[in-house]
Design a protein around this ligand. Structure first.
Ligand SMILES: Cc1cc2nc3c(=O)[nH]c(=O)nc-3n(C[C@H](O)[C@H](O)[C@H](O)COP(=O)(O)OP(=O)(O)OC[C@H]3O[C@@H](n4cnc5c(N)ncnc54)[C@H](O)[C@@H]3O)c2cc1C
Length: 369
């Protein structure tokens, strides 16, 4: 499976093309179509709705391989997995039957909008609100940092407050929101990395949402998000392993080729040991991710393991990308090499999907603190 995925991904995403997509901030929809046709999206959608419902352990291999040319390709597929599982777990049967087969066929995409300008780590303090209007809902507010929300045929899963309570975790509901409804404005943000998929801000000005697009029960959204975040953390760890592998491969290749003082720089023990440390940390991260995925597949508690994998792998990625950049010397600073793009993309790893500080908070809570 790994070899088949690797072949398609490497064929579809040659380095010169990825460099252009990053430079221009363009997601190549033809590449997504090829991945859909190959069944990559089907793997992350439950089998009851036309997908393959692959175990998380297999999906971790998928994400690692798809992330190698750019983590953004894995993120686009991850968004389909996260959104599909939220719908499969909580939406009405009618909505699942309507949406999920279209996601598998690539006719519809999903994204996730939780973060707002005033609520990041403290996501439950969100202020985007939806109020009833006849049989519909009217959505008003703003989301920030929504990955890929502007994709063609995209439906956003939007968290909004539908009633006020003393406990801010109560009264949050999830809605499925097609991104072309009247009253929606989506702007791409000017960002330093993750430029292929892109990051957006989304404005909702009394957007009319039919009742059938309410996901699950009104006011239960926070509990739905909780289950989602566990999956998200395992997936993100797998994505970042793919990114770290690309950096390691490029740095090893360079260390073998580049000659200074009459020998390949990889012959200098300090460079060789740096690469050995990178490879070792990467392998440790892969095992932590695999264990979290395995526990998830077994139905065992995995909140702590998911946070640990996300924390370790995203921090490891900072060390690996920094060390790789150092090994390529001045050449790392040009766009001739992909390493600078991975380094820019990686910068978000310790922030998106819950910052490292928040992961530590969650792990500490599990320790009874
Ligand atoms: C590339 C990218 C893609 C993203 N994609 C999405 C997406 O698709 N959908 C979505 O909803 N969001 C997305 N996000 C948002 C992301 O999840 C948030 O950026 C993240 O949760 C942090 O929120 P914040 O940026 O507002 O930082 P803040 O919460 O303001 O945090 C700022 C700093 O304070 C620290 N801090 C905050 N609270 C605590 C605390 N209790 N203890 C210790 N330290 C603390 C943080 O760790 C951080 O270092 C994305 C972000 C990026 C950059």
């Amino acid at each position: 499976m790994r070899a088949a995925i690797e072949k398609l991904v490497q064929d579809q995403c040659p380095p010169n093309k990825v460099r252009e997509w990053d430079r221009d901030g363009v997601y190549p929809e033809e590449v997504y179509k090829a991945m859909v046709d190959a069944g990559f999206v089907a793997m992350v959608v439950p089998s009851a709705y036309g997908g393959m419902g692959s175990p998380m352990a297999d999906c971790a291999i998928l994400y690692e391989e798809v992330a190698r040319p750019s983590v953004d390709f894995a993120t686009r597929i991850a968004l389909q997995g996260w959104g599909s599982m939220i719908l499969a777990d909580f939406a009405s049967e009618e909505l699942r039957q309507d949406i999920l087969p279209k996601v598998v066929r690539g006719e519809m995409k999903l994204s996730f909008s939780l973060t707002e300008p005033g609520s990041g780590s403290d996501a439950a303090s969100l202020s985007t609100a939806a109020r009833r209007d006849g049989g519909d809902w009217l959505l008003k507010g703003q989301k920030l940092f929504s990955s890929g929300a502007d994709a063609p045929d995209n439906h956003m899963i939007v968290a909004a407050r539908t009633s006020s309570h003393k406990d801010r975790h109560e009264g949050i509901s999830l809605f499925l929101v097609p991104n072309d409804l009247p009253g929606i404005t989506i702007n791409r943000l000017d960002i330093i990395g993750r430029r292929v998929l892109g990051l957006t801000e989304v404005f909702f000005d009394d957007v009319r949402i039919p009742q059938r697009y309410l996901i699950g029960e009104e006011g239960r959204g926070w509990s739905y998000i909780g289950r989602h975040l566990e999956r998200e953390r395992i997936t993100l760890a797998a994505n970042y392993i793919g990114c770290a592998r690309s950096v390691l491969d490029e740095a090893v290749g360079y260390a073998k080729e580049r000659r200074q003082f009459g020998r390949a720089i990889g012959q200098f023990q300090v460079i060789a040991h740096s690469l050995a440390d990178m490879a070792t940390e990467l392998e440790a991260g892969r095992w932590m991710t695999a264990v979290a995925a395995w526990r998830y597949d077994q139905g065992l508690p995995c909140r702590k393991e998911a946070s640990m994998a996300k924390l370790f792998v995203s921090e490891m990625l900072q060390r690996v990308t920094a060390a790789g950049m150092q090994i390529l010397g001045g050449h790392a600073y040009t766009t001739d090499y992909a390493i600078q793009r991975h380094w820019r993309d990686a910068r978000n790893a310790t922030v998106g999907g819950g910052t490292s500080q928040i992961q530590r908070q969650l792990i500490a809570r599990d320790l009874g603190l």
